[in-house]
Ligand binder design. Structure first.
Ligand SMILES: Nc1nc2c(c(=O)[nH]1)N=C([C@H](O)[C@H](O)COP(=O)(O)OP(=O)(O)OP(=O)(O)O)CN2
Ligand SMILES: [Zn+2]
Length: 141
């Protein structure tokens, strides 16, 4: 089995509604996203000969996804009042609502599924909230 591993990061703010500790407050992370893909075979002709896929292609596809979340306030649907959201947006803040609690686990799955949708055969996605905190999603179930 061949495998490739690339990474990118995004810097954003979030909060965990219902968290009993400090994480219920708005705070920021440099989320580091490490993506691993796999293949039994390599391209046998063309520009990608001898590769699963060109690193630059995989990095560009990952960057497109991480850029979507970069320098934003990431909000789980339903955890801020509509009027609060509207005021933030009216005041020029970039707010992105997502249909999941904004944990590292859920972001790992989100990136895994988005890259699967782009045609990659995924092994795993690891999302680091801090250098010491990492969640991993593998789609083996
Ligand atoms: N399983 C998970 N637990 C927590 C997540 C998560 O995504 N998955 N996220 C958080 C918060 O986002 C929090 O910002 C990070 O947690 P924490 O380790 O408490 O933060 P610090 O790195 O600042 O840790 P200190 O030891 O307090 O410095 C919480 N849990
Ligand atoms: Zn956090």
């Amino acid at each position: 089995m061949y495998m490739l591993k690339v990474e990118n990061s995004f810097d954003s703010a979030h909060f965990l509604a219902g968290h009993p500790g400090k994480c219920r407050n708005i705070h920021g992370h440099s989320w580091r996203v490490v993506v691993e893909i796999e293949s039994e075979t390599l391209a046998d002709e063309g520009e990608a000969r001898g590769m699963i896929v060109d690193f630059s292609q995989l990095k560009a596809d990952l960057k497109q996804l991480t850029d979507d979340y970069d320098h934003a306030l990431l909000v789980e649907d339903g955890t801020l009042r509509k009027s609060t959201l509207e005021h933030l947006i009216q005041d020029g803040f970039r707010v992105i609502e997502v249909p999941f609690r904004t944990t590292a686990e859920n972001f790992a799955r989100c990136f895994y599924e988005a890259l699967t949708g782009k045609g990659y055969q995924m092994t795993r996605v690891s999302v680091f909230e801090t250098p010491a905190n990492c969640a991993v999603y593998e789609g083996r179930w």
